[in-house]
Design a protein. Structure first.
Length: 719
């Protein structure tokens, strides 16, 4: 047995020691290992087993002692690891939480303890240790050793001191001796490649964005680790002499001070004190992961919708599946609070930190650590087109799908107390039904300072969708689609221009009061206004193409399960609506047939569009999506109005954005806002010319305007 009874602290251990000295009552750097007990524990045997554990691993009994050469971990004359048995009335999770969160006294030791908790219907054996002497990789080692000792096996005492001493020595050598010169020089070069901030203004801006008290708290951590005084918001970690070893110490100490887990890459990406503090203030997830947390290294299931639009971008990099959003703000949003709320939102909802990875193993989705979306502050007081300029620029720039950062945010100042809130997200992480959820969750985090709460995660929906494919009902639904689309033409022809034109988008000239004029038709024939719009589009296509059989697509929400009603993430499917008429069919005939098609689509929407295409295997054309190259969207903007931190958000509609987002040959979007219908048309210039698009829009608008009085009108033109 080794006679050495102390070892020096590593840089990371010293950072934890510093954090504890600053806030000794904070329940941080504590690592619980709860084990559910089945049967009855023999307490004398357990105490003997824990004592044997402390002998085999004496550093668990240690304490921190300050010496002239720096702090050390010593277990000379250390007491046994305590074992306590408690009978309590609390629920299991709360009992465990209260037990493990009791802080350790690092100067007194020991740095491990054992609880046996007896509660209503449970017994838990809780092993708790401080991170200075324990890490996650140690859990199976410690648990196995305890099992063996409880069974009466003798634990072998290994020489842990040599490896631990070497582990502490090497980082110190790199930090403080010429051996680390190359490492330190490289880290300084990393900071040098970033553009210098404008003196004065940049520092003032950061200082104003971060609460002064929090900035002082963070500065104290930096000064302690870097051993420098008077660090300012615009000072960089690397120019202050920071290096790789110090980076680990700094993020560890800062994480413990602020009660969050900070990835080391955060310091690389936000190297200045002010911006680093802003980022950390947004990381409000508990230091202990939620019970269903997923390792970033584990591939997760993706939905068919995600796979389809991801493949579309891989095949044609010019495709943009961006979702631009804009709201006028009545009231004033605080940028600092908004940043914090965005960070909390991302930390809580995995979909906003999901990476889409294309590597040698194929396409997969994985999680990244929480991040804080940068909030761009725009001065739009003298820029009437500034809002649209930002959105158009955000639409043009592709997202890095592998980064897991598929969200861009800006807050614009319009002057006279007016603001505008701008978002641009990738369709891989949001759909129209998610927008009210996004706003509600953002408001919750903006107005509350509490910790994260469990929410339904998108991976649960992806797994549910996967399991649906194994059910009998899924097979029945697939047969429905195969029968419904049997013999249908996979492409609705559009009058393409002789030479490709730019993509375009514009507002369809719908009459004011259209919704009110359709109510009698809706009531008499049991149809929705969407069914009327779908019929009008189908009839317009029949007349334009001369075909008696046309198809077009329409997104469906696919949120029938109550647990997914408030899910943040795309739950979309695409339904194919087929319209077949004869020479004698009237508008009413087409309407009633469309009613049946729409209801059938909703009843059988569990089967994904991709599975339908696989089953039917239609002829494909580049740039044309089978059956849905013409698409009809419904957008209920009334549900996108919201309250955020006491302000009122009103959505902004601008058809010019949609020309940058034209994914299909023709897309018609019907928007309901403030009791009115707004029609938008977007088209791909290589499949439909601007002149023909305008003519088609005029015909559609005219048909909708006279729809209630035209039910006996023939669908196909005669003569």
């Amino acid at each position: 047995m080794d006679s050495v009874s102390s070892i020096p602290l590593s840089v990371g251990q010293e950072a934890m020691w510093i954090a504890w000295k600053n806030e000794p009552e904070a329940p941080v750097h504590i690592m619980p290992t709860p084990l559910e007990v089945h049967g009855t524990l023999d307490m004398p045997r357990l105490r003997a087993a824990v004592h044997a554990l402390g002998v085999a691993y004496p550093h668990l009994r240690g304490r921190i002692q300050h010496t002239a050469d720096g702090p050390i971990l010593t277990w000379a004359d250390a007491p046994r690891i305590p074992v306590a048995e408690r009978n309590i009335s609390l629920g299991r999770d709360e009992a465990v939480r209260q037990a493990w969160q009791r802080p350790f006294d690092l100067t007194a030791g020991p740095l491990a303890r054992v609880h046996v908790l007896h509660g209503p219907g449970y017994t838990v054996l809780l092993l708790t240790a401080h991170h200075i002497v324990f890490d996650e990789a140690s859990v199976p080692v410690l648990a196995d050793a305890l099992r063996k000792a409880y069974a009466g096996e003798r634990l072998q005492t290994a020489d842990h001191n040599g490896p631990l001493t070497e582990f502490a020595r090497r980082p110190r050598e790199l930090a403080d001796t010429p051996a680390g010169d190359a490492h330190r020089a490289r880290w300084r070069r990393l900071d040098a490649v970033s553009a210098p901030a404008e003196p004065g203004r940049a520092e003032a801006r950061r200082a104003s964005a971060v609460e002064t008290k929090q900035l002082r708290r963070m500065a104290a951590v930096w000064e302690q680790v870097l051993k420098k005084d008077g660090i300012k918001p615009d000072d960089s970690f690397f120019t202050l002499g920071g290096h790789s070893v110090m980076a680990g110490a700094l993020v560890s100490a800062a994480g413990e001070r602020f009660g969050v887990r900070i990835p080391i890459r955060t310091l690389f990406e936000h190297s200045r004190l002010g911006e680093f503090t802003e980022h950390v203030l947004g990381l409000t997830a508990p230091t202990a992961p939620l019970p269903d947390a997923v390792s970033p290294d584990i591939p997760l299931a993706m939905t068919a919708f995600q796979r389809r639009i991801w493949l579309a971008e891989l095949i044609d990099p010019s495709v943009r599946n961006h979702v631009p959003l804009a709201w006028r703000v009545e009231g004033r949003l605080d940028p600092g609070r908004l940043r914090v709320a965005l960070g909390r939102l991302v930390a809580e909802h995995e979909i906003l930190r999901t990476r889409f990875v294309d590597d040698e193993d194929g396409l997969s989705v994985r999680l990244r650590e929480p991040w804080v979306p940068p909030l761009e502050l725009l001065d739009l007081r003298n820029a009437p087109n500034g809002m649209m300029d930002w959105l158009e620029a955000a639409l043009r720039v592709p997202f890095d799908l592998e980064s897991g950062q598929l969200l861009r945010v800006a807050l614009g100042d319009l002057g006279d107390g007016r603001q505008v809130l701008l978002f641009c997200l990738h369709h891989l992480v949001i759909d129209g039904e998610s927008i009210p959820v996004l706003l509600a969750e953002l408001d919750r985090h903006y107005t509350a300072s509490g910790r994260s709460q469990p929410v339904v995660q998108y991976r649960e929906f992806a797994d549910y969708q996967r399991r649906q494919r194994e059910s009998d009902s899924w097979s029945t639904d697939l047969e429905y689609w195969a029968s419904t689309l049997e013999g249908a033409c996979a492409d609705t022809p559009l009058p393409a221009p002789r030479q490709p034109e730019p993509n375009g988008a514009f507002q369809i000239p719908l009459p004011v009061g259209l919704l009110d004029s359709l109510r009698a038709v809706q009531s008499e024939h049991g149809v929705s206004w969407f069914m009327v719009a779908a019929t009008a589009l189908a009839v317009t296509l029949h007349r334009w193409t001369g075909l008696d059989d046309v198809t077009f697509g329409s997104p469906t929400a696919n949120r029938n399960q109550p647990r997914f009603a408030e899910l943040l993430g795309p739950c979309l499917n695409t339904a194919v609506l087929r319209s077949r008429v004869t020479a004698d069919s009237t508008l009413l005939d087409a309407l009633l047939r469309m009613r049946g098609e729409a209801l059938g689509a909703l009843e059988h929407q569990a089967v994904q569009f991709d599975d339908v295409i696989t089953r039917l295997n239609p002829v494909r054309r580049f740039g044309h999506t089978p059956y849905v190259n013409v698409t009809l969207n419904m957008n209920l903007l009334d549900s996108h109005a919201a309250v955020l931190g006491g302000t009122r958000l009103t959505p902004v509609v601008d058809d010019s954005l949609r020309s940058n987002n034209a994914k299909f040959g023709l897309t018609v979007t019907m928007v309901q806002q403030d009791g009115q219908l707004i029609g938008l048309m977007a088209y791909r210039g290589d499949q439909l010319g601007a002149e023909h698009a305008r003519e088609l829009a005029d015909e559609l608008a005219a048909l909708l305007a006279r729809f209630p009085k035209a039910l006996n009108e023939p669908v196909m033109r005669r003569g």
